[in-house]
Design a binder for this molecule. Structure first.
Ligand code: ADP
Ligand code: MG
Length: 223
């Protein structure tokens, strides 16, 4: 099996005025293609920062980050945005759906940003909503959906451009246990289909399903 994600001595500090916060100190890790990994650890210890770095949403202040053979910490912003759009799907704790758009429009907009032709957008969005079990809710706005349903729309949106990597930051943090189980079943299906799944979580239920657990503490990964 190949590594799909790799960091070498990745570090991240945030500077605001006089104050520098070091969120990640020195993280070297490898994630295998097709694997299902959970990142756990106390609040404020650098989990989200690590997820942002490996997905190319942010850059390390030191060290290197690779997706496949590409050192994403070095490539220009425009190349990074393109690579991220093609290869990485993100899901967040608070769903981050556009409230004024319907479920299907929320999925389509991700394709629009990637330049998928209009007609193809609709066809693919219908398939993705069916995959997440929400074919009947295509015309509903987020406010008309339960938390679990909204998160499944967010997962459909993350899959819009058929990424091979799914990165999720506490995706079940706002869900009850029934909705959490539904989302986890869906993630397991996607994992079986070959996606690389990385989830930041506080949930034991999520961690139980992982093949591997990475512990983040004080900006470091415990090996
Ligand atoms: N954009 C930011 N600006 C300043 N400090 C930040 C920023 N993002 C995170 N931090 C700080 O970095 C540390 C790690 O944060 P984070 O990665 O969000 O931790 P976790 O996800 O484990 O709760 C915390 O001290 C947090 O306050
Ligand atoms: Mg976090």
């Amino acid at each position: 099996m190949n590594n799909i994600i790799r960091t070498e001595h990745a570090a991240k500090s945030y500077k605001s005025g006089e104050i520098t916060t070091t969120a990640l100190k020195d993280v070297s890790l490898e994630i295998l293609q097709g694997s299902f990994t959970c990142i756990i650890g106390p609040s404020g210890h650098g989990k989200s920062t690590l997820m942002h770095l490996i997905g190319g949403l942010d850059r390390p202040t030191d060290g290197k980050v690779y997706i496949g053979d590409v050192e994403i910490s070095r490539i220009p912003n425009s190349d990074l945005a393109r690579l991220r759009g093609k290869r990485v799907g993100f899901v967040f704790q608070f769903f981050n759906l556009m409230q004024g758009l319907t479920a299907i429009e929320n999925v389509e907009i991700a394709m629009m940003l990637a330049g998928v032709p209009d007609r193809e957008q609709r066809v693919r969005a219908v398939k993705l909503l069916a995959l997440v079990g929400l074919a009947e809710k295509a015309g509903a706005k987020p406010g008309q959906l339960s938390g679990g349903q909204q998160q499944r729309v967010a997962i459909a949106r993350a899959l819009a451009n058929d990424p091979d990597i799914l990165l999720m930051d506490e995706p079940t943090g706002n869900l009850d246990s029934v909705a959490e189980a539904e989302v986890l079943d869906l993630l397991q299906t996607l994992h079986r289909q070959g996606k690389t799944v990385v989830i930041v979580t506080h949930s034991d239920e999520v961690a139980k399903r992982a093949e591997r657990i990475i512990r983040v503490k004080d900006g470091l990964v415990a090996h």
